[in-house]
Design a protein around this ligand. Structure first.
Ligand SMILES: Cc1ncc(COP(=O)(O)O)c(C=O)c1O
Length: 419
């Protein structure tokens, strides 16, 4: 195997933890899974934790007095402790479980939509996002702007796929109530400069929300170091099951801001005319939460932490650097996003001459190589670069240099196939 500095030492053993990586597709070809930005595969340790939960502990949480209810509650709340430690949250009560990052971001938008001063978003105020957001960090803010009359503004992009912050003082102004942006873009791979944006937002008293969906799975994440007010991410991209997401929020904000969804377990008392609410995080977790999924997220965090997020990050940087180097050698291939390994994550989007990305994806699939094609729920990026779609290869802790080579060979085959 090609050896690169920074690769995980025990890569072969790690790959064995993921049963699906042994799958064969299309006439016995071993799958080359390069669609990790869409969702990651799950290690045996997470699958076992899910089975163990359902086989031995399943009950609803926070309401029963029987032993199973107590065990389920301890496991669910234990998962919250693990998330809090994983992101270095000052308090476990700042960790809200949602069903995915989309719900986390919608929750922030709706908290602000219903909030009183000083957080209230109304027609005298502005919301700031960027042109490289996932639709999950665009549409909730469009909805909020439409409902409140607030003005939606955004940072544009440079030709090489970075945020254009040259007009930061005009985009973020005294009227800005919230700045919400992605830490690592799922389509461009760009790793954004948090400090500069947070500094300007704080200067004008705006809140900051960071979409860390493509960061939390791949690198150490420290919400205190980020300096944001809210951080959202999604479990299924970090070895956990689908159906679990996280919103971290600063405690005093969570105390002040109103709930979005009402229902069981988010209340203190209820009468027919009014209700009072439980303290955060329960105020924001109406109804039966995703219990098994939270337990699975806890197991995923244990798994990733045992390997070490810094080592995982170094591994992916090595793979990404190698992939960028090999991909730019492919004739007619244009990387959409930074064409270097600096300040970028492990998702690499590209076009290949005039061949439609769907055709690229199809011919790669026939060779057992799974990539994503389309606009990746970030259509404004495709509009910005004048392309209908891209092909995206995205890597994770179990990706190998041999898989990068397989992709490059596969692309050669695509080029030959389409003449
Ligand atoms: C950057 C980013 N934000 C948000 C999301 C939404 O995640 P989910 O679909 O789990 O809500 C994704 C998923 O692709 C993403 O990549």
């Amino acid at each position: 195997m090609t050896q690169l500095p920074g690769l995980l030492d025990d890569l072969e053993a790690i790959r064995k933890d993921f049963p699906i990586l042994d799958r064969e597709v299309h006439d016995g070809r071993k799958i080359v899974y390069l669609d990790n930005a869409a969702t990651s595969q799950k290690p045996r340790q997470v699958l076992d934790a899910l089975s163990a939960y359902y086989e031995r502990h399943n009950a609803n949480v926070h309401r029963g007095v029987h032993v199973l209810a107590e065990e389920a509650t301890a496991l669910y709340e234990g998962a919250r402790d693990k998330v809090a430690a994983f992101v270095n949250a000052p308090s476990r009560d700042e960790v809200i479980f949602t069903k995915n990052a989309s719900e986390s971001l919608n929750l922030v938008a709706n908290m602000l939509g219903w909030a009183d001063e000083p957080y209230r978003v109304d027609s005298d105020t502005e919301i700031v996002i960027t042109e490289m957001e996932h639709h999950s960090n665009i549409v909730p803010w469009q909805l909020l702007a439409q409902r409140t009359g607030a003005k939606l503004k955004w940072f544009g992009l440079t030709d090489d796929g970075r945020l254009d912050l040259s007009n930061i003082d005009e985009v973020i102004t005294e009227k800005t109530k919230i700045v919400s942006f992605v830490l690592i873009s799922n389509i461009l791979g760009t790793h954004n400069p948090v400090e500069e944006i947070v500094r300007r937002a704080q200067e004008v008293g705006a809140l900051v929300c960071v979409d860390a969906s493509q960061a939390a799975p791949h690198m150490p994440l420290d919400v205190q170091a980020l300096g944001a007010d809210f951080v959202a991410f999604t479990g299924h991209k970090m070895c956990a099951p689908t159906g679990i997401g996280v919103l971290w929020g600063r405690q005093e904000l969570l105390e002040d801001l109103p709930p979005f969804l009402g229902g069981g377990e988010m209340i203190e008392t209820v009468s027919m005319s009014s209700s009072t609410y439980a303290p955060a995080p329960h105020k924001f977790e109406a109804g039966t939460p995703p219990i098994a999924q939270a337990v699975g997220l806890g197991a995923a965090i244990d798994y990733l932490s045992n390997i070490g997020m810094d080592k995982i990050h170094a591994h992916e940087q090595a793979i990404t650097e190698y992939a960028v180097k090999r991909l730019i050698e492919v004739p007619d291939l244009r990387i959409i996003g930074p064409a270097t390994a600096e300040d970028r994550g492990a998702a690499i989007s590209f076009t290949l001459g005039d061949i439609h990305p769907h055709d690229v994806g199809q011919v790669l699939d026939e060779q057992g190589i799974a990539v994503r094609v389309g606009h990746h729920c970030a259509r404004p990026v495709c509009l910005r670069y004048g392309i209908p779609a891209t092909t995206r290869a995205s890597f994770y802790l179990y990706s190998t240099p041999a898989e990068v080579d397989a992709l490059v060979d596969g692309l050669e085959h695509v080029r030959n196939f389409f003449g």
